[in-house]
Design a binder for this molecule. Sequence first.
Ligand code: GRF
Length: 201
Amino acid sequence: MMNIAVLVSGRGSNLQAIIDNIDNGYLRAKVTVVISDVEDAYALDRAKKHGIEAVYIGHGNFAKKELYEEEIITVLEKHNVDLILLAGYMRIVGYTLLSAYRNRILNIHPSLLPSFPGLHAQEQAFRYGVKVAGCTVHFVDETLDSGPVILQRCVEVREEDTAETLAGRILEQEHMIYPEAVKLVVEDRLRIEGRKVRIIN
Ligand code: GRF
């Protein structure tokens, strides 16, 4: 069984989607630890409610990013983690963590990448006036919101939408494609070929 760590900074609704899909049998995996860089992140409470180890590691307590990530790695190793999911984790993953878990870190982003990377992606898309928005699950590499794309889902922008209503419908899709992408990893059905991720049957 694959052991998963989820890295969070906030409310943790994507973490919840992963937990729920493990509980209902869709995903054969285990979340062994949730790590937050924000002490009062609601995601930590969600983890505890499900009996999952919840760990706060404050970036500010370390002199260098390298040391901060080494502490994260210590916790990951203690929990025998095979796969890391970023779920609203608001830091850029550095070389230390990336090189320890190469091609074993996934992220979910609320836009159709490579459009609208960075913060407030849904609002960026809404203001730009796109007719189709969406979300992306991708492997994490050294560039922000880059890395080979695993799954994407479209969300149509409606005339009556606000940035908030659009973000809400994108989030519903996030909660579906993140577990789907994790299932593909768990079942060893992904092959990274350059920028492309091939899904095998
Ligand atoms: C989501 O929109 C995700 O795509 C982005 O940050 C948000 C996290 O939400 N990376 P939550 O903490 O999972 O509820």
